[in-house]
Design a protein around this ligand. Sequence first.
Ligand SMILES: [Fe+2]
Length: 581
Amino acid sequence: MDQQTMTNEENYAFDLTGYLHVPGALTRPEVARLNEAIDRAGSLEGMLGWEGDLREPFRDVLIHPQLVWYLNQIVGPGFRLDREPTILCDETCDTSAPLTGGNEPRDPALAYYHQNGRRFCEGVRVIWALSDVKAGDSGFVMLPCSHKSNVETPADILTGVDDADYLFRPELKAGDLLIVGLTVVQGMRAWQGEGPQRLLSYEYVGRGVMRSAGPGPESKEMPVPDWMAEMQPEQRASLYRPGYWDTTPPPTLKTDGERVTLDASRELFHPSIFVKNPNSDIDEKEFYFWDLNGYLVLRGVMDEAWLAEANAAIDKFENRIVVGEELARGSKALAGTGRPLLNGLTQLPNPYCDPFRRMLGHPAVEHRLNWMGGSGGRTGGGTAFCAVKGTSGHSLHDSNEPLNPTRGYVYHNGRSYCEAITVTWQLRDVAEADGGFACVPGSHKAYYPLPAGVRSCDDHMGLAKHVAMKAGDVLFFMDGGTTHGTLAWQSEISRRGILHKYSSRNFNRSGGELTHPKTRWGDLVAGMTDAQMTVMRGPDRDVFDKNVPRLTVANGAVGVSYERGSALYSKDAPTEPVAKQ
Ligand SMILES: [Fe+2]
């Protein structure tokens, strides 16, 4: 709080996941004072109005300086308390109730907004932990990143029938502060802890948000002047004033273009031009997971015989494995030796190429590639990643920030547009202790730069996730959208992951001979200046701004820069002037 604004780490973590955990925001005496008040009152509700000095601690934390400092930045100045605070516990909550929240359909009054560096999370739950919550205690649960979900939350996840891959149970210490966006999917599950369960929860909203009516007697009923009382109920419907019990939620006028009817349920009526397509052959839970996390695992695609064939082929050509660069990039957590790779699997002599050729055009995999990024993707063939014990990790890289359209992810009107997808076939089990693939779920929608501690995994704030898999599983990840990399390999048994990198039909990702103007155009470019030649290149590996020859302007003059930004500069692109003048 000493600094002027939240750190990039805090912005990044909240932007990505929809929650922020602030350890030790309350001192021990402050926590004790709140607990004593609850004990003395012998009640779990109405804290702000309790008798005498019992209410004071709850009024103090209502505007706790650290909280105000955060909410000014997260919700925006002028944020308000929406409803009376509650104590979240088994006695006050229905722990069998479906989770609430989610961003599809969008609730503009509570949603997360971010544009050009300005953020408004219009609704947040603020939880003050008054007792510890240990791993597995349950209680308050949530689905990180779901404040940006584009896909409706499948019912099985909300009801708990199938929530194991999603549910996050935050561990807290007494005195911790947890700020959670209200469109993050969240709820209460039965308490499994041994100690008392005490989470003090306040819900705040943006200054203009219409959500709850106040408890005061004046709020009960909207005064209706005589002139309004004479009107038809349908005509009166839109003359309501906000904040009264009988106008919260507001009246609903249902329409079909011909008639208007006042709907007694008051449920939102908001027609769409789209209907779900039950014949899309897309598994909605898969789509939800993909959109939420930026990766997906298909289980058991390869059978035992196929796995045996593929593993035998790699055993046979083990001597062709080349140990490449160490890729930890200075990370302590990921340090180790160079990365062993076996290339050219689809070109191995017969019959050793067969198990790898079967990975191309595979029905289950190709179907996912089609809905994830559209048809027409291409790959260079498989590469085996064969890390041995001590092989370094690969520091985490790529993200939605800075935006890179050629490798990014966009969801639009029911379609996933992912321009770069890597498919990894697992030939061996990968347990958490082994190392291997890791990513930052939700980072394909990040709006803040990747913090150094997340990149190195040395201080990733719990945001980096190792993905455990079994032999035969197939992993898809957004290679460019989702922040990803590798943890150092710890197992005595070497890694066997076969990577196929797919680029969409829309962008080149690998250079190629036709990037050179002369190869592409032949004699047509003869006599052109270098600046002209620069715009005559073929589709190139346009990863970031320093990866292709490019025009510059200085003092009103156009020049060409061939400066290389990284090793990814396409080898066929001109690296120096090509016109001889
Ligand atoms: Fe990568």
